[in-house]
Design a protein around this ligand. Structure first.
Ligand code: GDP
Ligand code: IMO
Ligand code: MG
Length: 424
């Protein structure tokens, strides 16, 4: 795998098991970089029975000698960053000279979280993680956002905080929480936080390109998933960034010409947290059983995840817009005890059969999934190490997915631990 740079993306509505797969693949890479999102992500890694949930720091951090980069496309809450650094250091993970963070990443300030909560208190809420992600990104695009590089001119930084606070008070004049904020205090708290982590901040766009030119292998770790993408997802029920593969270049500075492949992560069924359309959602005992066995609770917010069958119409859409070259199939073991397993192959919309994904949520609400039924494998996948030792029913299921999507499944994850993996 010499000088190979891969993007790893979630192909559904997040929580596909990206953290586990990034950790497992990290041994083949020198650098792992996050390119978008922030602490809305929760990437779970289980090594030797010890579970860690990472929100900002790349999931390669547990692999010795790997450099981890948090790219310019992310939005960073300094409190969340410091908590995570402390958590890892307590576990004996050394971060100095291993963790590098972009000075061009935007800062999530306390007022971003307040606005997120105000928006979420309305009836037309999105069901966000309330981590201030959307409000921080809209400041970025409105060109009033604050980056870590703003620490290079503290007078301007102070003015920016003050101006932004005034602006927000004009929009939300009734918010007692916003009114209780003081620009000088915000600046002082931010400065104190930054002082503790300043050593990690560099112009990562230069660094990552230098590493690539030296022949290092880079894995770009997406957060969220394709169907939450601000451009391609089920807008407005999305996150405010581009988790799709294109975002990996703008979010790190690696040019598209240096990318060798895209690994897509897909769960053997579908989950979604928050509001928004979900054609294959199950409201019956089967859905409950998936949620129970799959322990489907959000890694960041603890909210129950909505569950349903795997949707191949949506998956094919995600594969196309990401240019996926290989798939990692996760959590099939959750379906071990299901006598019947279904895959959605088409939608029925106003009497017509379609195989394209209408990203408009109002249209998606009206589609009826058309299913193909499979006989369950009814055996335990966990513990198996060779693909050919897996049951014929399971291999038939995988083959159907591969043929439908036109991309090979290269990894089959058979449990949450690092070692629960079969490489096909
Ligand atoms: P991410 O956000 O994509 O990294 O995924 P999360 O960590 O939010 O959610 C995935 C959950 O499934 C975590 O609890 C993982 O430990 C777990 N997990 C990952 N892969 C597998 C698998 O193949 N089988 C089972 N049973 N659990 C898995
Ligand atoms: P990982 O990386 C699942 C969802 C939220 C909400 C919408 C917008 O762990 O897969 P936001 O706080 O981003 O403005 O919320 O996006 N969401 C996720 N769902 N996994 C995630 O991350 C998510 N990050 C955001 O539930 O519906
Ligand atoms: Mg997650």
């Amino acid at each position: 795998m010499k000088n190979k740079n891969y993007i790893l993306v979630g192909l559904q509505w997040g929580d596909e098991g990206k953290g586990k797969i990034v950790d497992m693949l990290s041994r083949n890479f020198d650098v792992v970089a996050r390119y978008q999102g922030g602490a809305n992500a929760g990437h779970t890694i289980i090594i030797d029975g010890k579970k860690t949930v990472l929100h900002l720091i790349p999931s390669g951090i547990f692999t010795e000698n790997i450099i981890c980069i948090i790219g310019n496309g992310t939005v960073i809450d300094p409190d969340a960053l410091i908590n995570e650094i402390e958590l890892l250091e307590k576990d004996g993970i050394k971060l100095e000279n291993r963790l590098f963070i972009s000075k061009d990443a935007h800062i999530i300030l306390p007022y971003h979280k307040i606005i997120d909560a105000i928006n979420e208190s309305k009836s037309d809420k999105i069901g966000t993680t309330k981590k201030g992600i959307g409000p921080s990104y809209y400041d970025k695009y409105a060109r009033r956002g604050i980056k870590f590089s703003d620490f290079e001119n503290r007078t301007v930084l102070k003015e920016k905080i003050s101006k932004n606070l005034d602006y927000l008070l004009g929009i939300f004049p009734d918010s007692d929480e916003l009114k209780s904020l003081d620009a000088q205090k915000l600046y002082e708290e931010l400065s104190a936080n930054y002082a503790g982590v300043e050593k990690y901040f560099v112009q990562t766009q230069y660094m990552i390109n230098k590493l690539v030119s030296e022949g290092k292998n880079v894995l770009l770790e997406g957060a969220q998933g394709a169907l939450l993408d601000v451009d391609f997802g089920t807008y407005p029920y999305i996150t405010s960034s581009n988790p799709t593969s294109g975002g990996a270049c703008t979010g790190t500075g690696i040019p598209p010409t240096k990318i060798n492949g895209v690994i897509g992560i897909v769960k053997a069924y579908t989950t979604r947290v928050g509001e928004g359309p979900f054609p294959t959602e199950l409201f019956d005992e089967t859905g409950k059983k998936i949620a129970e066995i799959g322990v489907e609770f959000g890694a960041t917010t603890g909210r129950p995840r909505r569950c349903g069958w795997l949707d191949l119409v949506a998956l094919k859409y995600a594969v196309v817009i990401n240019g996926v070259t290989e798939l990692a199939l996760t959590k099939s073991d959750v379906l071990d005890s299901f006598e019947e397993i279904k895959l959605c192959t088409h939608y029925e919309l106003n009497g017509e059969i379609i195989d394209t994904f209408p990203s408009n949520p109002f249209v998606l609400d009206y589609v009826n999934p058309v299913y193909k039924s499979f006989k369950g494998w009814m055996t335990e996948l966990k513990g198996k190490t060779a693909y050919n030792d897996l049951s014929e029913n399971f291999r038939g299921y995988v083959e159907f997915i591969e043929n439908y999507i036109g991309v090979p499944v290269k990894y089959v994850s058979t449990g949450p631990a690092r070692s629960d993996i079969i490489i096909k």
